[in-house]
Design a protein around this ligand. Structure first.
Ligand SMILES: [Zn+2]
Length: 98
């Protein structure tokens, strides 16, 4: 599984949780969950956390620069090149494993 794809999926998790994604994107996210246990795990983690603390999304607790980068990725159509600082991409990937 392409790791950048995981970053794109993670950026959309909170939109997915809030049912703000279009049908095409919902299908892409769900297909990714089927192929990628780590993102599916992340989804269930975010979902249970959301239920626990009644917050919109864990990303709201991320540092501002990270949150901004994730929102930028979330607004980039799936499959399009993402204009992102490689160091920020590393931080997001690290957050994936945290
Ligand atoms: Zn993934």
């Amino acid at each position: 599984m392409d790791h950048m794809n995981c970053v794109e999926i993670t950026a959309r998790l909170h939109l997915y949780l809030d049912r703000e994604l279009g049908q095409d994107e919902v299908e892409v996210v769900q297909q990714h969950f089927g192929a990628c246990p780590s993102c599916e795990h992340r989804f269930h983690f975010d979902l249970s956390l959301k239920r626990l603390i009644h917050e919109k999304c864990t990303i709201e607790h991320a540092p501002a620069h990270l949150r901004e980068a994730v929102m930028r990725i979330a607004r980039t159509p799936l499959g399009e090149p993402i204009d992102i600082d490689p160091e920020l991409a590393q931080e997001i990937k690290a957050d994936l494993n945290g």
